[in-house]
Ligand binder design. Structure first.
Ligand SMILES: C[S@@+](CC[C@H](N)C(=O)[O-])C[C@H]1O[C@@H](n2cnc3c(N)ncnc32)[C@H](O)[C@@H]1O
Length: 310
C-alpha cells in the first residue's frame, strides 16, 4: 500500500515519494492524473521553506505547474490552493500572481473558490486574513464534474412554487443545493481533530469536496506538495488512488501513519458538512466576561440598588 516508490506504477493504490516534486513529476506518465490538488509553500519563510525573491518563487511555481499540466488527464482538474505572499506588510495574493501560469497554457478557470476560516494571525495594521482561495482549472471543455456528489442541505426543503405550471410542486432539489464558491471550513489549528505538527495542513473535508466532485472511484489524485498527506487520505477515504511528493522526512512519516490509519478505518477526520462549532450556542463560559465596571469597582449591593432608583 504505502511506499516511497522510486517509480510510478498503475498497480499501486497510494504512492508517497519522499523527495522533490519535480523529480516525482518527471517520473509520471502523460495525462494520467484526474485531479491535481495542492497547497504549495507561499514563500513566507515557514519552517518548511526558504524565502526567495518573488520572481524566482513564481518561476519555480511555473515549472511545477507546467509539469502538473503535462500529467493531467484531458478531462481532469487542477486545484491550486494559495493565500498571500507578504513583504514588509504589503500583500501579494498568490492566486493573482499564479493565474497566468495556467491561462497561458490554455487552462480554463472554472471557479475561484473562497475558503473562509475563523482562526489565524491577528493583524494590527491591516484586517486579519480570514480567507484563502482555490483556483479550479480544467484542461479542456469536456471535464468531469459531479455536482450531485457534493450538494449541501437546502434551507427551505418544504418550499413550493406558488404560481405557473409547477404551482404546488416542491421547488428545491431534494438532493440538496450547490455549495457555492464560498466555503466556510475550519482551518486545522490546535483544537482540530486532524492537527499534526505540520503548521499548515489541509482540512481533509476541504479536499474531499474536490475529490468527490472532480473524480470517479479508482481515479488518480496527485498532490505535489503532500505535507502530512491530507489530500492523499481524502482521496483514499473515497476509494480513489493517490500519489504525492514531500521533501520533509518528518512529514512523510506522519503522512504514512495517516495513510495506514485511513486504510484501517481509524483516521481521525472532521466529517464533511458538520456545522461549525459555535461556543456561544454551546454555552461555554468563556464567551462572556464581567463588564470592566462590575469587575473593577465591585460595589456593595445596597449602593447599586440606590443608584438604580435615581
Ligand atoms: C503548505 S504545505 C502543504 C501541506 C499539505 N497540504 C498538508 O495537508 O499537509 C507545503 C509542503 O510542501 C513541502 N515542499 C516544499 N518544497 C517542496 C518540493 N520541492 N517538493 C515536495 N515538497 C515540497 C513542504 O515541506 C510542505 O510540507
Amino acid at each position: 500500500m504505502t511506499r516511497a516508490a522510486p517509480r510510478f506504477s498503475e498497480d499501486e493504490q497510494v504512492i508517497l515519494f519522499e523527495g522533490d516534486c519535480l523529480d516525482l513529476l518527471s517520473r509520471l506518465p502523460d495525462e494520467t492524473m484526474q485531479l491535481v490538488v495542492t497547497s504549495p509553500p507561499y514563500n513566507l519563510g515557514k519552517s518548511y521553506e526558504r524565502k526567495s525573491a518573488l520572481d524566482s518563487y513564481l518561476e519555480w511555481q511555473d515549472k511545477v505547474i507546467e509539469a502538473c499540466i503535462r500529467v493531467l488527464h484531458p478531462g481532469g482538474s487542477i486545484c491550486w490552493q494559495v493565500g498571500n505572499f507578504v513583504q514588509a506588510g504589503a500583500i501579494v495574493p498568490l492566486d493573482i500572481a499564479l493565474y497566468p501560469s495556467f491561462a497561458r497554457r490554455g487552462l480554463k478557470l472554472r471557479n475561484r473558490i473562497v475558503w473562509h476560516f475563523e482562526h489565524g494571525l491577528h493583524c494590527s495594521r491591516r484586517l486579519s486574513g480570514r480567507h484563502e482561495t482555490i483556483l479550479w482549472f480544467t484542461k479542456t471543455e469536456s471535464y468531469f464534474f459531479d455536482l450531485d456528489a457534493i450538494r449541501v442541505p437546502q434551507k427551505y426543503l418544504g418550499k413550493k412554487y406558488f404560481k405557473g405550471p409547477k404551482a404546488g410542486q416542491y421547488s428545491c432539489n431534494p438532493l440538496g443545493k450547490n455549495p457555492g464558491d464560498v466555503w466556510a471550513i475550519p482551518n486545522v489549528k490546535n483544537n482540530h481533530v486532524e492537527k499534526t505538527l505540520h503548521p499548515c495542513q489541509f482540512p481533509v473535508e476541504l479536499v474531499e469536496r474536490l475529490v468527490l466532485s472532480m473524480t470517479r472511484r479508482g481515479d488518480w489524485v496527485l498532490d505535489p506538495f503532500a505535507g502530512v498527506g491530507s489530500a492523499l487520505v481524502a482521496a483514499l477515504k473515497n476509494e480513489r488512488r493517490a500519489v504525492g511528493a514531500e521533501l520533509s522526512p518528518e512529514y512523510c512519516l506522519i503522512a504514512k501513519e495517516r495513510i495506514s490509519q485511513c486504510a484501517s478505518g481509524f483516521l481521525k477526520s472532521r466529517p464533511m458538512n458538520q456545522p461549525i462549532y459555535d461556543p456561544g450556542k454551546a454555552g461555554r463560559a468563556l464567551t462572556t466576561r464581567p463588564t470592566p465596571h462590575m469587575r473593577q469597582l465591585s460595589l456593595p449591593e445596597a449602593f447599586i440598588e440606590q443608584g438604580a432608583q435615581k
